[in-house]
Design a protein around this ligand. Structure first.
Ligand code: ATR
Length: 274
């Protein structure tokens, strides 16, 4: 029996087991099972030890441990190293790193896929928490040099992210929380946790964007946030976090099994709320 886990705290809300178990069934991997486990920071070392001992075959990591698992990995892939975030851990089975505990991030590639078909030149990013670096990394993979406006309630954290991306192809300008970029922007991405609770509202006034052909993206995927509802009312386009969530799961599944699964209607239903 192969055993996989998603760890986090809280973890009750996680839909990862439904998704991965659906794919195990679909691809006839009947000897594999995926569960969720709530852990504390102190337990991280032991959980990863379970991969070393072959009690667990792979782990997904969610909030708030994407950074704190790093010291327990022997090696990180290029993107995880650069943005200091890990969401997938496995033991390498062949090649030069055989036996080593490897940490990957699949968030960045998943977000890249989400925006692939959109037209944009400049982007407004709200927040500077754990997931924001993945979003900036995805924007940095654009072949053009994108203008990114970054804002965060705690400005210092936005300044630090800007430093982290110094010398890369994106041009980041930090602006005060509550203000908007002076220039036109085509995408507005909420990476903050405001909206996780249904009643949460972001205290930035976007009324001047009424009727504009802009896309508002919220990484929150379990309900339509006020951020998106308001954008819809203003006549802007919207995208929720379901595609990114499924995308990161898809690339993690590939790390676990070697099979890159399809995002079919059935799996999409598992994360749909409407
Ligand atoms: P991390 O990933 O670093 O643990 P997080 O909790 O995922 O942090 O990040 C939450 C993000 O939402 C941060 O950008 C946070 O802003 P601060 O850096 O100022 O804390 C943002 N955030 C959380 N609550 C917020 C609020 N009420 N208003 C504005 N931004 C908020």
């Amino acid at each position: 029996m192969k055993k996989f886990l998603v760890i986090g705290n809280p973890i009750e809300h996680s839909l990862s087991p439904e998704i991965h178990n659906y794919w195990f069934k679909k691809y006839r991997m009947f000897g594999s099972n995926y569960e969720k486990r709530k852990v504390t920071e102190k337990e991280l070392k032991n959980v990863i030890e379970e991969i070393k001992n072959d009690n667990i075959d792979g782990i997904n990591v969610t909030v708030p441990f994407k950074k704190s698992v790093i010291p327990f990995c022997d090696k990180l892939d290029f993107t995880a190293e650069r943005i200091q975030s890990v969401n997938t851990i496995i033991k390498i089975r062949s090649g030069p790193w055989v036996g080593k505990i490897f940490g990957f991030t699949t968030d960045s590639q998943a977000f890249r896929d989400c925006i692939e078909r959109l037209e944009y030149n400049s982007v407004f990013v709200l927040g500077s928490g754990g997931v924001t670096a993945s979003i900036l990394d995805a924007l940095n993979q654009d072949e053009r040099s994108l203008q990114v406006f970054l804002t965060n309630r705690t400005r210092k954290k936005a300044e630090n992210l800007k430093k982290q991306f110094k010398g890369t192809s994106i041009k980041i300008e930090v602006i005060d929380w509550g203000t908007k970029p002076a220039n036109k922007c085509d995408l507005v991405i909420n990476t903050t946790s405001v909206g996780l609770k249904k009643e949460d509202k972001i205290n930035i006034n976007f009324e001047e964007y009424k009727g504009k052909k802009m896309v508002f993206i919220d990484l929150i995927y379990n309900h339509k946030t006020h951020f998106l509802k308001d954008a819809e009312k203003r006549g802007n386009l919207i995208m929720n976090g379901q595609d990114m969530f499924l995308g990161q799961a898809r690339y993690a599944f590939e790390k676990f099994t070697g099979v890159l699964p399809d995002i079919d209607e059935e799996v999409f239903k598992l994360v749909s709320y409407d």
